[in-house]
Design a protein around this ligand. Structure first.
Ligand code: ASP
Length: 554
């Protein structure tokens, strides 16, 4: 009998046929482990009529083997086979990532990543941008994300791995490199999530003599140019929305606008109830889904309640309205019957709709409903309903606040980073009402995920100093930036696109790990080598970290 072998590489598969009379190769194949590297010479033939494989790109041909050589035998019993139908669990695939990379999907993702990055580079170089590498060993930046610390041979002195090349790219502007870009590695010692890694890659851009609209247009043109042809085209210009509008209508600063259901403000009505009105920053909002999208099973109700309970200062009420009178009963405890019927009338609440209402601290209420909105729609889509519009959707969110209050200490902290310029129209509020000041920052949102962000920067050293002081950042530690701004620095601004996240959204992967060749695992560890790992006592002495406590066992 003839024997068939599937030959696979990074480009696809081809069927080999070893004829019955070639007993030597046939018996050799019998004991040859899967995944061995072979060299074959033969003749390409059309497969016999009816034997074509429509699911294979090369399904119409096969190669009749004439010469066969084993170049490098794989060992027996590799940890898993490269078969879609019996795919190993992620931890094992990550531990043997070089095997996992052989799956066609990983091949496709990494090859598309490479092409896209090439197009982005091409676009920027054609537009007179200069690719500059900046250091990753740097000084700890006050405020912002937790950083990785690198011990040195200088006692008690450490480097920090950069969160981003932010300070360097601004220094490049002062250095007359007026259009900079870099595909830059960034490090943040934050928890790993499906959309976050401790080390990640950004397309980092900065330019002099620019403004918000120019940066926005530049990125739209860049994405247009590098957009893969195999995907539906994207519009030349993207939708824009203010931060306030995004929060008020979607309860999120990265709203998923691929579906319409919006959050609605019913604070005024609730405020007629004097007891509630007296609370500071009180807000009442709701979101309703009509009959055709009303499915409040116990499972989703419990899950939403668990999400809702995480908010201390906002309360969630969820209800399937069998009849409006039932709803009146339910909120009758909060509102007078008269106000409850006004609610039903004013907001045209329909029988048999599903309604989520939250009240309490306005910011928490909005954030809670923003989460409920997404979680409920995900649930409906998992049941097979189509709620979101198909295709990729981009949105700019602009006019972010410059400051926010930190959760635990109630101190001012920056929403973007301390180098972001305040909105010129709001300068008069800087001392008296800093929380009201908007910034010249912008975020790019794709399908409800933040894939980039940036801002116009402060170029006046006096203003930069004032902002650092407001943020309680020691100006001494930022003297190099103040000196740089005072050295004749052009006005400038920029942006960074999170390439891993962008690719993951574009390719609709379950996690950003699927678009990174060697990602960290769920605990932020390297699954291949097991790093981070301990070092010898001698090394610890060398780096002056001898007295550290041994790490807690998990
Ligand atoms: N450096 C910023 C970040 O990494 C982006 C920027 O402002 O350009 O988020």
């Amino acid at each position: 009998m003839n024997k068939f072998v599937v030959l696979r590489d990074g480009y696809g598969e081809t069927q080999l046929i070893v004829k019955e009379k070639d007993t030597e190769t046939q018996s050799f194949l019998e004991v040859l482990p899967f995944e061995s590297i072979i060299e074959v010479k033969g003749t390409v033939l059309s497969r016999p009529k009816g034997m074509e494989n429509k699911n294979q790109k090369t399904g119409e041909i096969e190669v009749s083997v004439e010469k066969f050589r084993v170049v490098n035998k794989a060992r027996d019993n590799l940890p898993f086979n490269i078969r879609e139908f019996q795919k190993a669990k992620e931890p094992l695939r990550m531990q043997y990532r070089y095997l996992d990379l052989r799956f066609p999907i990983m091949q496709q993702n990494l090859r598309l990543r490479s092409k896209l990055l090439m197009k982005m580079r091409e676009f920027l170089i054609n537009n007179h941008f200069i690719d500059v590498e900046t250091p990753t060993l740097f000084k700890a930046t006050p405020g912002g994300a937790q950083e990785f610390i690198v011990p040195t041979q200088f006692p008690g002195q450490f480097y920090s791995l950069v969160q981003s090349p932010q300070q360097f790219k601004q220094m490049l502007m002062a250095g007359a490199i007026d259009r900079y870009f870099q595909i830059a590695r960034c490090y943040r010692d934050e928890g790993v999530r499906s959309d976050r890694q401790p080390e990640f890659t950004q397309l980092d851009i900065e330019l002099s003599f620019t403004n918000v609209d120019s940066v926005i247009k530049l990125i739209e043109d860049l994405l247009q140019y590098s957009w893969p042809q195999s995907f539906d085209p994207i519009p030349m210009r993207f939708q824009k929305m203010s931060y306030e509008e995004a929060m008020e209508n979607y309860g999120s600063d990265k709203p998923d606008v691929r579906f319409d259901y919006k959050v609605k403000n019913c604070t005024d009505l609730f405020k007629i109830n004097t007891k509630l009105a007296s609370e500071e920053n009180f807000g009442a909002y709701f979101i309703s889904f009509p009959k055709e999208h009303a499915n409040l099973s116990k499972q989703i109700k419990d899950s939403l309640q668990t999400s809702g309970n995480k908010y201390e200062r906002a309360k969630l009420i969820q209800s399937k309205i069998v009849s409006t009178s039932e709803w009146l009963n339910k909120i009758g405890k909060l509102l007078t019957t008269q106000l409850a019927s006004r609610f039903v009338e004013e907001y045209k609440i329909q029988d048999e709709s599903v309604l989520f209402l939250a009240y309490g601290n306005k910011d928490e209420v909005l954030s809670l409903l923003g989460k409920v909105r997404l979680e409920y729609v995900n649930f409906l889509e998992n049941l097979g309903m189509t709620i979101r519009k198909k295709g990729n959707h981009f949105l700019w969110v602009v006019d972010f606040p410059l400051f926010e209050l930190s959760e635990n200490s109630n101190k001012l902290q920056c929403v973007h980073h301390p180098f972001t310029a305040p909105h010129p129209d709001d300068m008069s509020d800087l001392e008296t009402n800093p929380l009201k000041v908007r910034s010249l920052a912008y975020d790019l949102v794709m399908n409800g995920q933040e894939i980039g962000g940036g801002s116009i920067r402060i170029h006046d050293p006096a203003l930069q100093k004032r902002i650092l002081e407001k943020l309680n950042i020691e100006t001494d530690s930022m003297q190099h930036i103040l000196d740089m701004l005072g050295s004749g620095c052009p006005p400038h601004g920029g942006i960074a696109l999170g390439l891993d996240r962008f690719l993951s959204v574009l390719l609709n992967t379950a996690s950003i790990r699927d678009v990174i060749a060697f990602p960290k695992n769920f605990d932020g560890r390297d699954p291949l080598s097991g790093a981070p790992s301990s070092i010898s006592e001698e090394e610890q002495r060398l780096y002056h970290i001898k007295s550290v406590l041994s790490p807690k066992k998990k």
